[in-house]
Design a protein around this ligand. Structure first.
Ligand code: SF4
Length: 353
């Protein structure tokens, strides 16, 4: 039975089997093909594009060592308080016009107060009234009451990453615990909010740790799993452990896909830098991406990302479930013909120096 069959029909892959996928026993392209079979079963060749909005920047009292917005980071940031509702509405519209499936509101801080939660809920109501875009929020720790306020406002998903295992958590953060994070996910589930939760690679984790988080997320039936590749920001205490290379990142994405077959798997923060020239291969296991950068760092813009998606033979899914035309996304429909011509009829130097 193939890995894809096992993933789709069971018996589910064990932690030992998943761990082996992160080694070099199975050739990378074979692993990606197995992950692709599962990805195609649930999502076809569709890619959902997400746009992040950093709604509140820095001034966070927490000490997450990987985050430039934390109290202990020396990264030079320009802090600001919560953006105005009108600005977020404008940003949501820009994301929608860009072809994004989902607009993700992210705010620094341990978690919002009741007042901030109510204000955010009102912002989400305004966005949902005006635009048919999916809205996700990531605002730190939440209890059930706050999660319910957001759910009733129309939030589609709550993001709260587990980041790493419970055992490793004290090495990356001491102001809150892994259990606190789990409690926020539990609160989301209790009120019927879809959960988005993922991890950050490159912070000293082993293969077994990666699999442990993947299985924890499977246990929690999370709808969406962003895999972040640590962006080592100068001034942050946690810097990359040097373990990341394109193959390891791709293997981890494939492992997540095979462990969580029906979940949205996202090649998230840091894909550009860590996957390098193999970036397009991330689409074999993953079915979603961010465009336009991350909270405090730049990433590829939408056009560059759409080009990669198109060239790799995938398509962009809009919030209404339809597939976007390339022209709608600002690209040439006839790229294959033009591309071939360019390849077949290159400018040839007449004189060889
Ligand atoms: S709670 Fe969020 S914003 Fe604050 S330091 Fe941690 S990751 Fe950064």
């Amino acid at each position: 039975m193939s890995l894809a069959d096992r993933s789709l029909r069971g018996p589910v892959l064990s932690s030992g089997e998943l761990e082996a996928l992160l080694g070099d026993e199975l050739p990378l392209l074979e692993l990606l093909h197995q992950a692709f079979v599962v990805r195609e079963h649930y999502f076809g060749r569709r890619v959902q594009v997400h746009v992040l909005d950093n709604a509140r920047n820095a001034r966070c009292p927490e000490d997450c060592g990987y985050c430039s917005q934390s109290a202990i980071s020396d990264a030079p940031l320009d802090p600001y308080e919560w953006k105005r509702r009108s600005e977020m509405l404008e940003n949501a519209r820009a994301a929608y016009d860009l072809g994004a499936y989902r607009y993700c509101i992210v705010a620094s801080g341990r978690g919002p107060t009741r007042k901030q939660t109510a204000a955010l809920a009102e912002t989400v109501r305004c966005i949902k009234r005006e635009l048919p875009i999916q809205v996700c929020v990531s605002v730190g720790l939440l209890d059930e009451d706050k999660a319910l306020v957001l759910k009733q406002a129309g939030v589609d998903r709550l993001n709260h990453n587990l980041n790493t295992t419970a055992a490793l958590y004290p090495k990356i953060c001491t102001t809150h615990t892994h259990a606190d994070r789990c409690a926020t996910l539990d609160a989301a589930r209790a009120v019927g909010l879809e959960q988005c939760s993922g991890l950050i690679m490159g912070m000293g984790e082993s293969n077994a740790d990666l699999v442990e988080v993947a299985l924890d997320l499977r246990e929690r039936s999370v709808a969406s799993i962003p895999l972040n590749f640590l962006i080592p920001i100068e001034g942050n205490p946690v810097q990359s452990d040097g373990s990341l290379n394109p193959e390891r990142c791709l293997r981890a994405l494939a492992m997540l896909r095979l462990a969580n077959p029906g979940a949205e798997v996202r090649a998230a923060g840091g894909r550009e830098g860590h996957l390098g020239s193999l970036e397009a291969l991330s689409l074999w296991p993953a079915n979603s991406l961010f465009v336009g950068g991350y909270l405090t760092t730049l990433g590829h813009d939408a056009l560059a990302t759409y080009r990669m998606i198109r060239d790799a033979g995938f398509e962009v899914e809009l919030p209404d479930g339809k597939v976007a035309s390339w022209a709608q996304l600002g690209l040439d429909e006839e790229f294959r013909v033009l591309g071939s011509e360019r390849i077949l009829k290159p400018d040839v130097a007449t004189e060889i120096p």
